[in-house]
Design a protein around this ligand. Structure first.
Ligand SMILES: C[S@@+](CC[C@H](N)C(=O)[O-])C[C@H]1O[C@@H](n2cnc3c(N)ncnc32)[C@H](O)[C@@H]1O
Length: 210
């Protein structure tokens, strides 16, 4: 069964001297709440990743916040211009259009020098050169169950097993998708934590003292 934890347990992971963060204020099209932004940045501050991989760039708000609030090299993957999208639902098509048209915050900031935008379908992308080198993986790309399964498989292969690290999924408890059922099933074999009042689920590797 999935473990449930209160948000303050994640905030408590951040040392007092590192409690400040730069947060991108949400806009109408944003898909994460202020609490989720604080939680994600707390996780990043606690893990102190050297390399971050994000599945699903969208507006690039999370990409920007992760780059701005860490010293990590940040890789973010989204569908490219030439993607033939018949399998995307209307919500996904809208996300893709927003991703393409949106000016990314990181592009006009110093931290953007550490961000690499990757384009491609995550189910077909060749991740082999990133294997075992990422300490912080965020799965927030395609929402179809088969995409989430494939992204999870790839995320676990990306995870560095020699340093503290984590994999995070967004959209647990989102009634529009079957991600909740999938993660509930996955929690039988992986120790997963659902962070209450958010849609995040986290897996910490064996080097993270949680
Ligand atoms: C929920 S949004 C990402 C939100 C972003 N991580 C954030 O925190 O604001 C999902 C993104 O995944 C992209 N996407 C959907 N299917 C994908 C796939 N198969 N491969 C790569 N990206 C995909 C969509 O184009 C969309 O921009």
């Amino acid at each position: 069964m999935i473990n449930k934890i209160r948000p303050h347990r994640i905030f408590d992971l951040v040392p007092a001297e590192e409690k400040s963060a730069v947060i991108c204020l949400p806009q109408k099209k944003s898909l994460t709440s202020m609490l989720e932004r604080g939680i994600l940045l707390s996780l990043a501050k606690a893990v102190k990743p050297q390399r971050i991989f994000e599945f699903g760039t969208y507006l690039g708000e999370t990409t920007f916040m992760l780059a701005e609030n860490t010293e990590a090299e940040v890789f973010t993957l989204d569908l490219g211009e030439s993607y033939d999208s018949p399998q995307l639902d209307n919500f996904e098509k809208n996300n893709l259009a927003q991703h393409r048209s949106n000016q990314k915050q990181w592009e006009i900031r110093e931290c953007g020098k550490r961000v690499t935008q990757l384009l491609g379908d995550s189910t077909l992308f060749d991740f082999s050169s990133y294997h075992g080198s990422i300490q912080f993986v965020l799965i927030d790309g395609g929402h179809q169950t088969e995409v989430v399964i494939k992204d999870t498989e790839n995320a676990l292969a990306l995870l560095d097993r020699s340093k503290p690290g984590c994999v995070i999924w967004h959209d647990y408890n989102n009634p529009h998708y079957e991600i909740t059922q999938y993660l509930d099933g996955l929690s039988e074999s992986l120790k997963l934590f659902y962070i209450e009042e958010t849609k995040y689920v986290v897996y910490f590797n064996e080097h993270f003292p949680f």
